[in-house]
Design a protein around this ligand. Structure first.
Ligand code: M6R
Length: 356
């Protein structure tokens, strides 16, 4: 039930700190977080992981790739399920398939699962719904523990997916004896507080929506590295609930064509949470501002500069997506409200897409 909340989406965004804490509890083992030994072994034995997902879950998969590669040192490919079904890449010798799906019912992903099972490969499903089709048909399941997600726009399931993928990659790294210089359980607790600070700043997000999106026809989201992955999710959120045409872009790619679309007043949301590329993304912001863009810079604490519109609390650099996505969700929500859109049930969309 949504109780006193006007929309499920708002309630579900507010639940995000709790979801992170639930994930810590669900996966904790003593001082650490980990996953079942059989899943650990299945991942550790694979020579390559193939992440298969759609929509927001695909965006979470892009972050998951970075976790498995950077933390656990396992190569990963991420595929859109509807494409994979018809255009299967050359597979490695010992692949493991990871299906990411909030509902566990997405037809495009189910078709891929059927196909790879026919080929005799193993699969792990990361889902919010125990007993869902993708969970039942896979060999292993990792649960998101996000609680039912009712709003069509996925919010808390995305942060849950990213967090659970981080736990899995971290656990595999430990199993493989890789030395890690951070304690994920502690870092996730810091993330929960960071998300809390963001959901407690709704008035700020509402004002940003008003200042940047009130009369916008289109919008751009840019970022580099992990911020690029979050930009894709920010753009999808805005499109699906406010119907403002939006695109997420790698900061460096913008100048290879898309910058032609920047006009006087075009909103550009730029994420600056990644230290190595902070200067580069700020350079990209200058490029669009010089062409008239209305730039909203969202920077991480410690990296902020004068004129930045929002500072997000400092968290471990690999975990920034968990916090930076939240203002983008809230900004989309308020942009949709300003336009009197049906936030929980956007036009043309269903919560779970069970047709091909
Ligand atoms: O249930 P799933 O995670 O498999 O759903 C995949 C997409 O249909 C879903 O993420 C969709 O993109 C959302 N409406 C995004 O908010």
């Amino acid at each position: 039930e949504k109780g006193t909340y006007p929309h499920y989406m708002l309630k579900e965004m507010d639940e995000q700190p709790t979801v992170i804490r639930k994930i810590i509890q669900a996966y904790e083992q003593g001082e650490d977080v980990t996953i079942d030994a059989d899943i650990l072994n299945a991942i550790a034995e694979a020579d390559r992981l193939y992440i298969i997902a759609a929509g927001t879950s695909y965006h979470a998969g892009l972050i998951g790739k970075q976790y498995f590669e950077k933390i656990a040192k396992i190569p990963v490919e991420v595929h859109i399920s509807s494409e994979f079904g018809y255009n299967m890449p050359l597979l490695s010798e010992k692949p493991l398939f990871i299906f990411i799906s909030q509902s566990g019912e997405t037809a495009d992903s189910r078709q891929v699962l059927v196909k790879i099972k026919e080929l005799g490969y193993k699969a792990l499903t990361v889902t919010n719904v125990p007993g869902s089709t993708l969970s039942r048909e896979a060999d292993y399941t990792l649960l998101l523990h996000a609680g039912p997600e009712i709003a069509v726009a996925s919010t808390k399931a995305y942060v849950a997916q990213v967090a659970v993928l981080a736990v899995a990659a971290y656990a595999v790294a430990k199993q493989k004896g890789i030395t890690l210089d951070f304690d994920l359980k502690q870092e996730l607790a810091i993330v929960a507080n960071g998300i809390q600070a963001m959901v407690d700043s709704k008035d700020v997000m509402e004002q940003i929506a008003e200042d940047f999106l009130k009369i916008a026809r289109n919008a751009f989201f840019i970022g580099r590295n992990m911020d690029f992955c979050v930009s894709l999710e920010g753009a999808l959120k805005l499109k699906e609930i406010s119907y403002i045409q939006a695109e997420g872009f790698a900061g460096g790619e913008l100048k290879h064509g898309t910058i032609a679309l920047i006009e006087e007043g075009t909103p550009v949301f730029a994420l600056a949470t990644q230290k190595d590329v902070a200067l580069n993304i700020r350079g990209n912001v200058k490029e669009v501002v010089a062409r008239g863009a209305n730039a909203c810079i969202i920077a991480m604490e410690g990296m902020e500069e004068e004129g930045d519109r929002l500072v997000i609390p400092r968290v471990h650099e690999l975990l920034t997506p968990l916090v930076s996505v939240v203002p983008l969700q809230l900004i989309s929500y308020y942009a949709a409200l300003h336009r009197r859109c049906d936030v929980d049930k956007p036009r043309n969309l269903a919560k779970s897409v069970t047709v091909e």
